[in-house]
Design a protein. Structure first.
Length: 294
């Protein structure tokens, strides 16, 4: 006697391919919206690759020809000041892209949702690359801030946060649009500070912030705090960043765009590429702090 088994019935047991895929989620991208986009409209397509940003120094203290100087009412000669200004160049010199291609025959046989998922993933991959470069670039990104606070792989403390805030205050950085971009571990460090936990609770009562971007986790002192997994690694910990918006300028000349084409010479392929062109530049280094932590 022989029994039928899964092996003997294999050709009659169907397999189903679900149209609902499981997706590997990428990290939140948070940096670009926090940067200064003031000069972005000046770099449209066909308008070159560089914006020259003229600097203007706030006037120094006025001179006194009065009480205390002994020259009031004497018609003493006045002194003229010469203003010497600098400029900063914001250059669009980054081309990020993600591409794939497939045989033309597979284009007509695959599930209809597959290409859409691939294209959506390309845009997300570009955003992640830009986000990571802003964090790690040691010339014009967060890693280029000259002022450093904290210790690698050690909890960030309330004293550290007060030092950072004082650093920006000493530079006359505007109190508004101040941001902290921190790793999950550093945010956990700050959650150990009772005053910060209490302020988050107080701010949340009856108030749901709907105007914040991805990664926003609350406020700490004067900073809007964002959590990111895209920050540069330190020796053992992470390099976080605290800054005022005017610290880094960003310009996107071509927003994320997808093109499709056919390649016959290589064997009849359908090709897709998603790309963007952009640039970023430190404008006010003193408005940012490179902060070591976990």
């Amino acid at each position: 006697m022989a029994d039928m088994t899964a092996t003997t019935m294999a050709t009659w047991v169907p397999e189903v391919w679900s149209t609902k895929p499981t997706i590997t989620y990428r990290s939140n991208v948070v940096n670009v919206p926090l940067l200064d986009h003031t000069w972005e409209p000046e770099l449209g397509v066909g308008r070159g690759d560089t914006v020259n940003i003229p600097g203007f120094s706030q006037n120094n203290s006025a001179r006194n020809r009065g009480a205390g100087s002994g020259t009031f009412g004497t018609g003493a000669a006045i002194t003229f000041d010469a203003a010497t200004e600098s400029q900063t160049q914001l250059v669009v010199n980054r081309f990020y892209y993600k591409a794939f291609r497939q045989p033309a025959e597979m284009e007509v046989q695959q599930m209809s949702s597959y290409v859409n998922l691939l294209i959506e993933g390309q845009g997300q991959a570009l955003a992640l690359a830009v986000d990571s470069d802003i964090s790690a670039d040691n010339s014009n990104g967060f890693d280029a801030f000259s002022t450093t606070v904290g210790t690698d792989n050690v909890d960030l403390t309330e004293d550290d946060l007060l030092t950072i805030q004082t650093n920006l205050n000493n530079q006359n950085a505007p109190i508004t649009e101040r941001y902290g971009v921190v790793s999950p571990a550093t945010w956990a460090s700050l959650m150990k500070v009772e005053s910060i936990r209490n302020s988050l609770y107080a701010a949340s009562v009856g108030n749901l912030a709907g105007d914040r971007g991805a990664g926003f986790v609350g406020k700490a002192l004067a900073f809007d705090m964002y959590m990111s997994n895209n920050l540069e690694s330190g020796t053992s910990g992470t390099k976080n960043a605290f800054f005022q918006k005017e610290a880094i300028a960003y310009a996107e000349q071509v927003s994320v765009k997808t093109d499709k084409g056919d390649n016959i010479a290589d064997g009849v392929f359908t090709e897709y590429v998603t790309y963007t062109t952009c640039g970023f530049k430190i404008v006010k280094n003193a408005f940012g702090n490179d902060v070591a932590g976990k």
